[in-house]
Design a protein. Sequence first.
Length: 86
Amino acid sequence: MTEHLPPEALDEWADAVRERLGLGPDDLPIPLVLDLAGDVARGVARPAAPLSAFAAGLAAGRAGGTPEQVREAVDRITRLAAGWRP
């Protein structure tokens, strides 16, 4: 298994996930999720990144799941990570 995927492999994986979960092309905002993961990994800890991405998706889904709700959940977690002091 390779540690890093080339961009086209990530796109292929995202397409497969969208298909498997019945998601539309705009339902999986890759840059937004990757930025969130990076911000949390740097500001909190690496293991907090996937947990935070899941939490953002869960919160957005419970709020209705619109793209704006996804961005809002991501923004709230990003701001939390930026000021994180354990």
